[in-house]
Design a binder for this molecule. Structure first.
Ligand SMILES: [Fe+2]
Length: 312
């Protein structure tokens, strides 16, 4: 079997294409608790308190969708090697390998997955110092959940090509994938169409998580689902809709995986496992609809030459 193209260190940032870029930038800065790094007419870049240059990029678009997911790899040499291996597997490369020329600089390669999502592998991005804030605001992004039309094919690509590991299944409906000791950085949800389901932001503790929910309540923003605690991953959850209707989550306390001891499990989708505190109840039709999103063939949907599935 082919080796994975690279060793992913962690999730760095997520770009969202959003139908309400300006309102959403205001929301993520003034309500959600991120800090604007740069903002222009086409979009905005925002950071958390952690050491990533930015964790969220908002790009103005007619329709909501995923722009790009960026993972860290350790060195430019690994980026070059990843590009070579991606090419050998027939995975379409859309940028790089090379200096990105983007706001966080760095050396990267971007490619398209079998459902049209753009993934970037990035090394040597600009350093920033961590922020000390007394209010309860996110450290950064900790996971992204993606709706897929073929969960087995999605899991196969992200495990075989990107070397991620399956931490747990929620029946045959969701798969939780890790690239480091966090239980999941990516999860796939079997759905009717490809779309982004939600982006989760890490709060440093359950206390920060609850105080963050409280701050949102003072802004008149209440959870669509939560607060609660999931069985798979053991993380707390509280889901909200941003001004464009995209779903964002505050979470804390993700399970840490000890690589050589962890056993993947299949969680039945029953209330006591989906909502271990018993505080959230089942998700409403409203939150399900927001999480389903709109069909998203990706930013390169018009490029028929890029819709080549990987030869693994
Ligand atoms: Fe989540």
């Amino acid at each position: 079997m082919n080796q994975p193209v690279a060793t992913l260190s962690r999730l760095r940032s997520v770009e969202l294409r959003t139908s309400a870029a300006s309102e959403s930038a205001d929301f993520y800065e003034n309500v959600w608790g991120l800090s604007v790094v740069e903002r222009g007419s086409e979009g905005a870049w925002l950071r958390g308190t952690g050491d990533e240059h930015h964790v969220l990029q908002l790009t103005s678009a007619e329709q909501n969708g995923l722009g790009r997911i960026t993972f860290a790899v350790r060195t430019p040499a690994e980026v070059d090697e990843a590009a070579r291996r991606l090419g050998a597997r027939g995975v379409p490369i859309v940028a790089g390998p090379g200096p990105t020329g983007e706001i966080a600089a760095g050396y990267g390669v971007s490619f398209v997955d079998p459902e049209g999502r753009v993934i970037q592998l990035l090394a040597d991005a600009y350093a920033v110092t961590t922020m000390h804030r007394s209010d309860a605001v996110p450290v950064g992004v900790t996971h992204v959940v993606l709706n897929t039309v073929d969960i087995d094919a999605a899991v196969a690509f992200y495990t075989d090509v990107l070397g991620m590991r399956v931490s747990d299944w929620s029946e045959h409906q969701m798969a939780f994938l890790r690239c480091n000791s966090d239980h999941h950085s990516i999860a796939f949800n079997q759905a009717e169409w490809t779309a982004i389901n939600h982006v989760a932001y890490e709060m440093p503790s359950v206390d920060h998580f609850m105080r963050g929910i409280g701050r949102l309540r003072h802004h008149g923003v209440v959870p669509m689902w939560g607060p609660g605690r999931h069985g798979p991953g053991d993380n707390t959850f509280s889901y909200f809709a941003d001004p464009a209707g995209l779903v964002c989550e505050y979470t804390s306390g993700i399970a840490q995986v000890e690589e050589d001891r962890w056993l993947c499990r299949v969680w039945r989708r029953v209330p006591e496992l989906s909502d271990t505190w018993g505080t959230a109840g089942p998700p409403s039709a409203e939150v399900r609809s927001h999480m389903a999103g709109v069909p998203d063939d990706g930013p390169f949907a018009h490029r028929a030459d890029l819709r080549v599935s990987a030869d693994r």
